[in-house]
Write a protein that binds this ligand. Sequence first.
Ligand SMILES: NC(=O)c1ccc[n+]([C@@H]2O[C@H](COP(=O)([O-])OP(=O)(O)OC[C@H]3O[C@@H](n4cnc5c(N)ncnc54)[C@H](O)[C@@H]3O)[C@@H](O)[C@H]2O)c1
Ligand SMILES: O=C(O)C(=O)C[C@]1(C(=O)O)C=C[C@@H](O)C=C1
Length: 297
Amino acid sequence: MSATIQPLSPTQRMYPTVGIVGVGLIGGSLGLALQHHHLATQVLGSGRSAANMAEAIKIGAITQIATLSEIAEQAQLIVLCVPVAQTKAVLEQIQPQLRPETIIIDVGSTKSDVIAIAKEVLGEQIGQFIPCHPIAGGAQHGATAARVDLFEQRQFIICPLLENAPQAIQTVEKMWQQLGSTVFQMSALVHDHIFAAVSHLPHLLSYALMLQVANSEDAQAKFAHAGAGFRDFTRIAGSSPEMWRDITFANSEAILEQLDDYILILQHFKKLIQDGNSNQLEKLLNIASQSRNNWKG
Ligand SMILES: NC(=O)c1ccc[n+]([C@@H]2O[C@H](COP(=O)([O-])OP(=O)(O)OC[C@H]3O[C@@H](n4cnc5c(N)ncnc54)[C@H](O)[C@@H]3O)[C@@H](O)[C@H]2O)c1
Ligand SMILES: O=C(O)C(=O)C[C@]1(C(=O)O)C=C[C@@H](O)C=C1
């Protein structure tokens, strides 16, 4: 845990120059945190929107705006913090200048698709790519939403490739531990299955409920009187539509499985309500309530 990890001296910095591609919520928070913990001397940032990059400089998330070529030439660590469907375009631009000692990691919410793209673009250099995913975030997006403490007391997942050097994985692990995260390793398949259930499906459900209420004739009255339950359930419906469109299609197989199971439960609930079967409904609500109350998340 972060409390037991000693800070590094400047000479021990693992990656003196870090390049962040996509300086939004995650990229911006990483830039702030790396500098706060003195883990990088220079943080180069590359992005798609000039206004967002200006904000990234203003809040100090990056020390300099750079092109992808400059990042590939100068950074010891490159972190891809773009929506997952942008991975291919970014890697294709980095690959021609990629130095053999540079490590690339990503923070994408899906892993199998990102790994397939990285293998396709990087070919024999795939060992330099370490697939990652911080389980930290929020519904706001862009550099304005960046937070220096975003990764503290959060999980960080690595889905190592056979081609990755153990030493390179250890260095990435150590960096995220210094940022306050607890690091776990798992396969991409297991990762995508788990997060389809506990992250991707909940986001789709939240968007769906928001749509249902917003599209109803008396939407104004509903919004005017909605309380904490609706607010909690729909918080994540304010998340980036581009990011969630990409995640949904990147992990569609696992998400569809979870969606089918969820629909079965909803249909079962519907039948119990139609039949007036309050005993059975209460039994199921009890199981769910106990599971939620026992969950330490
Ligand atoms: N938001 C979360 O809760 C969360 C949590 C964990 C992981 N992630 C993953 O992190 C990544 C970034 O998410 P975010 O929440 O920071 O989103 P964000 O929208 O805040 O930031 C993404 C940034 O990438 C930039 N960008 C998009 N395409 C680009 C391109 N081709 N080249 C350069 N920059 C480009 C955008 O302009 C934006 O500033 C996504 O892959 C997402 O799946 C998000
Ligand atoms: O805190 C939030 O709002 C989040 O949705 C964060 C959250 C999640 O827990 O589902 C979202 C996407 C990720 O890839 C990781 C974390």
